[in-house]
Design a protein around this ligand. Sequence first.
Ligand SMILES: Cc1cc2nc3c(=O)[nH]c(=O)nc-3n(C[C@H](O)[C@H](O)[C@H](O)COP(=O)(O)OP(=O)(O)OC[C@H]3O[C@@H](n4cnc5c(N)ncnc54)[C@H](O)[C@@H]3O)c2cc1C
Length: 242
Amino acid sequence: MYDLVIIGSGVTGYGAAIYAARLDLSVVVIGDVDGGTITLTDDVANYPGYIQLTGKELSDHLKAHALDYPVFIDTGTVKDIFRCKENCFYIVTENKSFLAKSVIIATGMKERELEVPGHDELKNKGVSYCALCDAPLYKDKVVAVVGGSDSAAKEALLLAKYCPKVYIIYRREKLRPEPINARRIEREPKIEVITETNVTEILGETKVTGVKLDKPHNGSDTLSLDGVFVAEDKFPDGTKSQ
Ligand SMILES: Cc1cc2nc3c(=O)[nH]c(=O)nc-3n(C[C@H](O)[C@H](O)[C@H](O)COP(=O)(O)OP(=O)(O)OC[C@H]3O[C@@H](n4cnc5c(N)ncnc54)[C@H](O)[C@@H]3O)c2cc1C
């Protein structure tokens, strides 16, 4: 029996593993996507001690740090957790099971899907959730990022390296990126911010051709686009982040 099973191999999971192992606990990290969400960014500028590093580099550092201790990492998806009689937990993946005295759930949060007509039909046909993965596909195209968080700002800044025009469409009054990214956006002429506006429909037959807005922009309630990048966060309980 292990002292601790950590579910999730993102930065939280690896961070927890380092601290637990330092307390001499026997630890297993179970995760299905090595490194988790942070690997989606090529610019982590707020990790103390590193002026510049990518998300993949950060997660690789954390994983290497965890593996410097006797931490066991298992690649798998946890399908079930049972409480056993002896005050322990039975953790079941597709092909293995683990017994542990304690469990830490570090499974992150899911992106908030844009729940508008056209989304499901055009997902991966112009609707994307990852600029780092898909930005090169939109070279010389016009795109929009939907969202106002720091992640949304960073997605837009990355897209501006490829695209001549990047809109940020946000439902609230003001974007809420970190100040350094707010300044980068202000300085980037390819980015135009449209606030207090919601996307109400994604338009296109076989691929995205635009979006419908709930408020006219430059006199029109449609915006012609080649791609829509959704970057709105969601907490694990399903509520929107503020
Ligand atoms: C584009 C972008 C840029 C960002 N930039 C920054 C930044 O610069 N600085 C910053 O501080 N933050 C940034 N963030 C936020 C940061 O990525 C997250 O806060 C962080 O990655 C959360 O880590 P986590 O380990 O809690 O969750 P996650 O990274 O989501 O990891 C959860 C892990 O759990 C695994 N998992 C889930 N369910 C199961 C299961 N049933 N069984 C097994 N494994 C499971 C997943 O596969 C994943 O490996 C950014 C986010 C995005 C999207």
